[in-house]
Design a protein around this ligand. Structure first.
Ligand SMILES: Cc1ncc(COP(=O)(O)O)c(C=O)c1O
Length: 383
């Protein structure tokens, strides 16, 4: 067996009925939404088959198994000691962040975010009744990172919360322990609560080290994390994520969640997540090896076929943030690639104004698909 996970031929992938495979006509290669094309991890498949065969598809029961499984995974992967009781199941990461913001803020309060960032960050605040304050990432020849000076200026205006993307989608930055320590210092100084979206953490690629925010000294009093197996194990449709706290103060926020939230997590999501965290670690290693290979392949294909596109290989995720601004005056290279190459990418402007001239490409697919997509993109640019 090779170290890489296989991806099925396109004819088979196209039989999937998820959003990725149904949004566009069948001649379009879908490299937009953040879903991968690999098969499920064997332990996850096994528990799902078992559940369906036993007609075990009722309401979910996440306590205590979800907390125990996540605590095991976090300790093993990152040396993060989590109290299983401090892990609360939520429907998905979006629901977790919105419910946290509902408790942390009052209508009209301000919440800070750092574009370019995952598009729903622009929606979650308003859904919870707050206004947004943009504190863009810094961008220079070394890439993107948190702009701590701008963050201090923003925190000095006392936003109610800051939503951190750790690691950061779409730029693939894994914030360093030093950066996170500085962020926590500012949060404590100015009384700003940090909500850390850590959905991409298990997808930290070879070469980078992920720091869970709550392991930073002093963070547990001012921060709460939202975690999930759904990105790394491809379980988005099963609806299970978790809010993790590390202090009585932050646990008090979770205690204020609406009681009915407890019934809104998917049962198949809980059992798949428990299997992923407990028994999916060897498969995850294989996935990371595979994504590392795709990252290298994409770099070579871009260099050889699309040299006008610049990018910085991500430290985490299966998402590539491509700067297409040299391709021409068109602000939306996504339209060009969709119309002429029949390759669907995420338009950069969905991630904030700084995304103009960019697209986000999902390389969580097979080598054959990346090869075909970049060949078509190159022909579109040439023609
Ligand atoms: C940073 C980030 N947060 C949250 C999500 C979505 O998570 P969920 O489906 O659990 O709401 C994604 C999906 O790609 C993401 O990239």
């Amino acid at each position: 067996m090779t170290d890489e996970l296989p991806v099925r031929p396109l004819e088979e992938l196209r039989r999937r009925r998820s959003a990725k495979w149904t949004k566009y006509p069948s001649d379009v290669l879908p490299l937009f939404v953040a879903e991968m094309d690999v098969d499920l991890a064997p332990p996850v498949r096994a528990v799902l088959h078992e559940a369906v065969d036993a007609s075990d598809v009722g309401y979910s029961s996440a306590v205590p198994v979800l907390g125990e499984a996540f605590a095991e995974f976090a300790a093993d992967r990152w040396g993060w000691q989590v109290d299983p009781v401090a892990v609360t199941a939520v429907t998905d990461v979006g629901v977790g962040v919105v419910e946290l913001l509902r408790v942390l803020t009052r209508p009209g309060d301000v919440v800070a975010i750092s574009p370019p960032v995952y598009p729903p960050f622009f929606d979650w605040g308003p859904e919870a009744g707050v206004r947004l304050l943009d504190v863009p990432l810094r961008h220079d020849e070394e890439g993107y990172r948190l702009d701590l000076e701008a963050t201090e200026r923003a925190f000095a205006t006392h936003p109610a919360a800051y939503v951190l993307c750790n690691p950061h989608n779409p730029v693939g930055r894994v914030h360093t322990a030093e950066e996170l320590a500085a962020l926590v210092r500012l949060a404590r100084l100015y009384g700003v609560t940090i909500v850390s979206d850590e959905i991409h953490a298990p997808l930290t690629l070879p070469g980078a080290t992920f720091t869970p925010l709550l392991t930073v000294p002093g963070a547990a009093d001012v921060a709460v994390s939202v975690v999930s197996a759904s990105k790394a194990f491809n379980l988005a449709g099963l609806k299970c994520a978790a809010v993790v706290t590390g202090s009585a103060r932050m646990a008090g926020i979770v205690d204020e969640f609406p009681p009915d939230l407890r019934w809104r997590t998917g049962h198949l999501g809980v059992i798949a997540t428990v299997a992923a965290f407990r028994d999916g670690r060897p498969w995850l290693e294989q996935l990371l090896t595979t994504l590392d290979a795709r990252r290298t392949q994409l770099g070579e294909l871009l260099r050889d076929r699309l040299p006008a596109i610049s990018w910085r290989p991500p430290q985490a995720t299966f998402l590539a943030w491509l700067d297409c601004s040299k391709l021409g005056a068109d602000d939306e290279p996504q339209s060009l690639f969709l119309a002429k190459a029949k390759v669907a990418l995420e338009p950069g402007t969905r991630f904030g104004a700084a995304g103009s001239g960019h697209v986000r490409l999902n390389f969580g697919t097979g080598a054959h698909v990346l090869d075909e997509a970049t060949a078509r993109m190159a022909a579109a640019v040439a023609g």
